[in-house]
Ligand binder design. Structure first.
Ligand SMILES: C[S@@+](CC[C@H](N)C(=O)[O-])C[C@H]1O[C@@H](n2cnc3c(N)ncnc32)[C@H](O)[C@@H]1O
Length: 281
């Protein structure tokens, strides 16, 4: 792969999904896309670039490379202290604020194979105060394959590395060497394929009270992060919460969310607007 081919393909991938490959990881892009060159019997990355730009099958091919370029690592009860903050501090506050409407909307953005969304569903099921509430969890990912797997709700050993045996026994049942999620949890989550940079598709998501977007923005550069953060700002209701991964911070990216020091973790919240400028404006 020449430097020019790298630049063309890197920019095309970035434009499509926000994932940014630095010069130092050129070899990664080259290695992963090589399989697609072979698949289409193409002689150079330049030809492959033209295929991705102009072929009538370009959408399908972009989906194929997304499968090769994204990192889908996830598991139940990942970043437990943050989930503790959600269950013990954020949830009770929202329940108090929404006692009138009894409505709760949560978005798991970049949900991979669904462990994050089902973890949230378990925490909501464990709260007796939500029994007669209208609760919905929207869970999306750019990868069609992970969404298909999430809908099936069948998981192997590595997904359970952080979950307690009690929850595993209560919400899953064994199936052919794996475990399948129970119907109550499944009914709380609506999965869909969605690109966080696709404004048209984002219209499908309404206002939400909490957004989990953990370990997704680390793969984006600053302009792409800002774009996604603007979306989150617009989608969050009133004083809604934004929960990022533990290695992700808005420092030097945006000051439009306030950092809230909870007992269990530091989280971000949409501030009550007092005439201050909006993200990117
Ligand atoms: C490392 S996983 C994180 C899964 C889960 N949030 C967690 O923390 O365990 C990152 C996910 O982000 C998804 N992703 C990457 N770019 C995306 C985009 N532009 N739109 C939606 N999802 C994206 C990937 O497909 C991948 O499944």
């Amino acid at each position: 792969m020449t430097r020019e081919e790298f630049r063309l393909l890197r920019d095309l991938v970035y434009e499509y999904c926000g994932i940014f490959f630095r010069e130092e990881v050129k070899y990664l892009l080259e290695r992963r896309l090589n399989t697609r060159l072979r698949e289409h019997s193409l002689g150079s990355f330049n030809e492959y670039y033209r295929y991705l730009r102009y072929s009538p099958n370009r959408s399908r091919e972009l989906e194929e490379i997304i499968e090769l370029l994204t990192t889908n690592e996830t598991y139940f009860f990942r970043e437990e202290y943050q989930l503790k903050a959600f269950g013990e501090e954020i949830l009770p506050e929202i329940i108090k604020e929404h006692t009138g409407s009894k409505r709760l909307r949560i978005w798991s953005a970049g949900c991979s194979t669904g462990e994050e969304a089902y973890t949230i569903a378990i925490l909501l099921c464990e709260s007796s105060e939500l029994n007669d509430w209208n609760v919905e969890i929207f869970a999306n990912d750019i990868s069609r394959k992970v969404i298909q797997r999430a809908r099936k709700g069948v998981y192997g050993k590595s997904s359970f590395r952080s979950i307690g045996d009690d929850f595993k026994a209560k919400y899953f049942r064994p199936q052919g060497g794996h475990y399948i999620i129970n119907d109550e949890l499944r009914s709380l989550v609506s999965f869909g394929q969605l690109n966080l940079l696709d404004d048209e598709m984002l219209q499908l998501i309404g206002r939400v009270d909490v957004i989990f977007c953990r370990n997704v923005l680390i793969y984006f550069d600053k302009p792409a992060r800002l774009r996604v953060l603007k979306t989150f700002y617009d989608k969050l209701d009133g004083h809604g919460y934004l929960l990022l991964g533990h290695s992700e911070s808005l420092m030097n990216v945006s000051t439009d969310f306030e950092l809230v020091h909870l007992k269990n973790d530091l989280v971000y919240r949409k501030p009550i607007v007092t005439g201050k400028g909006r993200l990117g404006e």
